[in-house]
Every structure is written in C-alpha cells, then in structure tokens.
Design a protein around this ligand. Structure first.
Ligand code: ATP
Ligand code: MG
Length: 420
C-alpha cells in the first residue's frame, strides 16, 4: 500500500465534528466586533522576515526560536509565516495610509504560526482573533478593549477567566528600571539559567517573563518597575483603573506582567484561567505607542490585544451549556426515474424558501435512505416516489417527534417545514 501522508506535527485539522463550535465562536465574535465598531483588515499570511524582527524584537522567544522563516528561492527574499497579527496590521495601516483620515478601530482573525513544542493549548498553527486601535492615546480606549473582552466572555458563556493588569511605563522609565534590574540580575548571576544569562544585557525585562520554575524566587525578589514609573504613565494607569472600576470589571495588578513582545509600553494585560493547565493565558495585549513610528509610519499611539481561539474553545467546550449543532431541515428521499427528477426540483424549491436540504445521492432502497435521513439529524424526511411525482406532491415525515406523516402539495410542504 502507498505510504500515508500525515499533517505536520502541531498543525491540526479542524474536523466537521468540531466545526459547529468554531462556527458558533466565529459568528459570535464577528457580531461582537461589529457591536464595538471594529472593521476587519485581512493581511497576507506571509510577510518579510524583517517586519517581525523589527517589531516583536530580536531577543524574544518568538524571533529567536519560534518563527517559520525561509528564503524564497525565486528571489532570495527572507519570508516568515506570521507568528502574530499586530505587526502586519500596523504595516498595512502605514502602507495604505489608513491613519490619514484619523484613528482606526481594526480587527483580524486567522491562523498564526510558531515553532513551539506542541502540547494541549499550544500548537504550531493556532488561531487568533486580534483587535487593534491605531491613533488612540487612551486610557479610554484601553478600558474599551478590556470591557469588550469581558462582554465576549459573558456572551460565550465562559467564566473563571481573570484579568491581570500592569503598566510598563514610558520607554525612559523602562530604561531607568533596566539599569537597576541588570544590576540585580548580575548580583545573582550564578542563579540565572542559560536563557536569562543570554538576555541579561540584550533584553533583561524578558528574564521576568521566564517560565522556568527554578527562576521564580529570583524573579520574585527582583526590583519593581513601579518605583521608576513616570508621572504620565502613572496617571494613565490610575485613570484606566478608575474606568474599569466604573465599568464593574474586576482585575488584579501583577507587577511581574511584562509580555513576551518588545513593542509594548504603558498598559499591558492578560486574561488568565487555571482551567487549562500550564497554557492559562487566553487573551493578552496592551499599548504599543512606539511601534507605528518604529516600522516607518508617522508617530501615532496605539493599543490592541489578541486571543487564542483554541484555548477559548477548550473553555467553551467544557462549560455546561452545550453549543447546538446545526442540522439540515430536510433529507430528501427519492426513488424512481421521474421521482429522481422531481426530487431535484423539490430540493431547489425548499432552498428557495430558506430551508437546508440534503438531497439523497447514490440510489438505494427507501429503507436505506430513511436510515441516512435519521442519522444526519434532519428534522424532516421529504419523500418522493413515482406516485408522488405523478401527482406533483411529496410526503413529509417528521423525524424528531411522533407527528403523523402527511402527503401534501409543494406549497403546503414548504409551509410545514418552514413553520416547524
Ligand atoms: P504563551 O505565554 O502562552 O506562550 P504568548 O505570550 O506567547 O503566550 P501572545 O503572543 O500574547 O502569546 O498571543 C496571544 C494569545 O495567543 C495567547 O494568550 C494564547 O492564548 C494564544 N497563543 C499564543 N501562542 C499559542 C500557541 N502556540 N498555541 C495556541 N495558542 C497560542
Ligand atoms: Mg509564547
């Protein structure tokens, strides 16, 4: 037998059995984004590598070890499968002058790619929904972003996700803090793991983001950024907290929250749960006021966030209220030469009226067709034999209750299917 070809490790097929959950999620998300006035921006899945190196930062997990980067042999260009959406969004906004008429509320969704060790909630192709507000200084927009997340969790029936909040201050404050942090880390050089030693000078804040259990007590004892914070950032952070209190959003301030991408400043946040094991962050984001300028645009403040779709779906799947599966309204059973032709017309007429109809294909006895009708979950079997075809009628058999089957003209049959 020919050898089977399998999917790439960490890249999942989403099977028809799971698709009702994805569709429920996608439909809810699109309505929700629209209800806050966000408009979709669709960018290519491939970008020039430099875009991600310059925006996410050279000394980050993503750029150092997670990107799918390759050389396009046709022209020698280095390309990368997008590991996240913000960089592409900002690139497109600059390229098409989207900010010329004013600030923009944008959103996107789709697959992202990171070469990580696959495990529950961590894949090499995964999906994000992202929201970006370009040209807004905040903190009102920061609050909008957080409040809209809270609404989405309610709408999806997800509870038990908690909000963690922090501020990274202005770049100057971070620079001051960096000096103090490096001094502290150097004093504890022997306790640093290999990654952290490498990052000590290039990107010391990243050390605080380490997931290594052996590093946690060292991290807990590190100096705090809060002491270096500038007036403006502090005010911004306090105003944001007041807005969140007023909106009834509960949060916890986590001074260790630094985020794994370099472009953040000021507000950062994560929504976390303890129901997904180690992969507990379902949504994360913050302000990136310097990024637009950094990748070649006219300076403009901005903020945004992205959520991990697979992790949210895992939460939805385990919550009590099951997401209803979509089933066809009608399975159309038919047998006989004139019946086959008439059945096709009946199916199209039903679809004209808005019904979902599976027309039986491939012949077979009435009995075997009725079995298929039952198995597919349809609410009605509509049956056409040569006798019905001659009279231009059908037999409508309800499959989900004990109601009697009836023979009817097409108009009456359509009424029956659409009303029930
Ligand atoms: P983590 O700390 O879990 O690696 P991250 O900080 O790298 O997350 P972000 O870049 O902030 O993640 O991406 C936003 C969200 O996308 C995450 O909170 C998570 O829900 C999801 N996500 C990130 N990487 C993956 C992955 N490899 N597989 C599935 N979901 C992911
Ligand atoms: Mg990561």
């Amino acid at each position: 037998m020919t050898e089977k070809i399998q999917a790439i490790r960490g890249m999942n097929d989403i099977l028809p059995e799971e698709s009702h959950l994805w569709e429920f999620f996608e439909d809810s998300v699109k309505d929700w984004l629209h209800s806050y006035g966000y408009r979709t921006l669709r960018t290519p899945i491939l970008e020039k590598t430099d875009l991600f190196v310059r925006s996410i930062g050279a000394v980050t997990d993503i750029v150092e070890k997670e990107m799918y980067t390759f050389v396009d042999e046709l022209n020698g260009e280095s390309l990368t499968l997008r590991p996240e959406g913000t960089a592409s969004c900002v690139r497109a906004a600059i390229e098409h002058n989207l900010l010329y008429p004013g600030s923009q509320r944008l959103c996107y969704w789709g697959p992202m790619f990171r070469h990580e060790r696959p495990q529950k909630g961590r894949y090499r192709q995964f999906h994000q929904v992202g929201v970006e507000a370009l040209g807004f200084p905040g903190p009102d927009i920061d609050a909008e972003h957080i409040v809209m997340c809270a609404r989405l969790w309610r709408r999806l029936g997800i509870d038990g996700v908690e909000l963690q909040l922090n501020t990274l201050g202005a770049p100057e404050a971070r620079a001051r803090y960096r000096t103090r942090l490096v001094r502290y880390l150097e004093q504890h050089h022997e306790a640093l793991d290999e990654d952290s030693r490498r990052r000590l000078n290039a990107n010391p804040l990243r050390v605080l983001d380490s997931k290594n259990p052996a590093m946690q007590s060292l991290i807990a004892g590190a100096p705090r950024l809060a002491e270096d914070l500038d007036e403006v950032s502090l005010r911004h952070f306090e105003d944001l907290q007041a807005l969140l209190h007023a909106a009834g959003v509960v949060f916890e301030i986590n001074p260790r929250l630094v985020r794994g991408l370099d472009y953040y400043n000021s507000t950062v946040f994560e929504w976390v749960t303890d129901r997904l094991g180690a992969q507990g962050t379902v949504c994360a984001g913050g302000r990136y006021d310097g990024l637009i300028e950094q990748i070649g645009g006219k300076p403009a403040p901005a903020c945004g966030y992205a959520m991990g779709v697979e992790r949210l779906l895992a939460l939805i799947a385990e919550s009590a209220s099951a997401v209803p599966r979509r089933v066809p309204d009608v399975y159309l059973v038919h047998q006989g030469e004139s019946a086959d032709r008439f059945a096709e017309q009946v199916a199209e007429r039903l679809r004209d009226a808005g019904a979902s109809v599976v027309l039986h294909c491939g012949g077979g006895s009435f009995k075997s067709q009725m079995k298929k009708a039952d198995a597919c979950g349809a609410r009605f079997a509509v049956i056409v034999g040569d006798d019905e075809a001659r009279a231009q009628e059908v037999t409508v058999k309800p499959l989900r209750d004990m109601a009697q089957q009836v023979r009817a003209g097409l108009g009456e049959a359509i009424d029956l299917v659409m009303k029930n």
